[in-house]
Design a protein around this ligand. Structure first.
Ligand SMILES: [Mn+2]
Length: 240
């Protein structure tokens, strides 16, 4: 069987290379490795140029068998009808624009998608949902800690599983790592929440009409945990 080609979105940033500080597109190797280990062929997509027009986005989606929506910057609240709050961190309007177009194009062409961290948030926003710009600011300090201080190989808070995630994991509760200060607030109509933290934050979702489109709020790419790799295997299988 031919290996599916998986487009993964890189992050636009500045890095130090010797004496210069060029703007580059970077992508953590963890995403690339996990996709390859699960049987996919990873390629990096970038929002450093553009905005791409509809035809260009269409050509990119034609080329890939699935898209991994990776983690990264905050999402600009203009895309869900809000003004930026003081707690908002670095954003990339170019990347938001590209990913929203990509999500609609993937849905139109029946391509698989897997969202991680920022990925669940952009999927929700693209489909009409809203976000907490900052969980602590909007929900208070009584919430679960979603920005863990220990390493990403360690799991941190529990999640109650339902639907797709309950089926994949064959249990009702598990522990995940957590590195986010934003989260899904109003869930888009087409999405179904399938994991939730103890404070009621949406931690995973699946598209109501296409279960080949799903996303998690944690970082399964950062640790070699069998449960985490199951998500990549499910995604890559969907892409075949
Ligand atoms: Mn969390």
């Amino acid at each position: 069987m031919k290996k599916p080609i998986i487009g993964i979105i890189g992050l636009g940033t500045m890095i130090d290379i010797g004496q210069s500080k060029p703007k580059v597109t970077v992508l953590q190797d963890d995403y690339i490795k996990r996709v390859y280990e699960a049987g996919g062929l990873p390629i990096v997509l970038t929002a450093s140029v553009g905005p791409y027009d509809d035809e260009e986005v269409g050509r990119i989606v034609e080329l890939v068998d699935g898209v991994l929506l990776s983690g990264g910057e905050d999402i600009h609240p203009m895309f869900y009808g809000q003004e930026p709050a003081n707690s908002l961190m670095r954003v990339s309007i170019k990347r938001d624009t590209f990913e929203i177009a990509l999500i609609h194009e993937c849905i139109a062409r029946g391509k698989s998608m897997f969202g991680i961290c920022r990925g669940i948030q952009i999927l929700n926003v693209a489909l009409g949902g809203t976000l907490y710009q900052d969980i602590i600011e909007e929900r208070g300090r009584g919430t679960v800690q979603h920005m863990q201080r220990n390493g990403s190989e360690d799991v941190h808070h529990s999640v109650a599983l339902d639907g797709l995630l309950k089926e994949l994991y064959r249990k009702e509760k598990t522990y995940v790592n957590s590195f986010h200060h934003q989260a899904v607030k109003d869930v888009a109509e087409d999405l179904l929440i399938c994991a939730e933290s103890a404070d009621g934050i949406a931690e995973a979702c699946v598209h109501k009409k296409n279960d080949n489109i799903f996303a998690v709020q944690w970082h399964p790419e950062r640790a070699s945990i069998a449960e985490y790799q199951k998500l990549f295997q499910y995604f890559v299988q969907n892409c075949q």
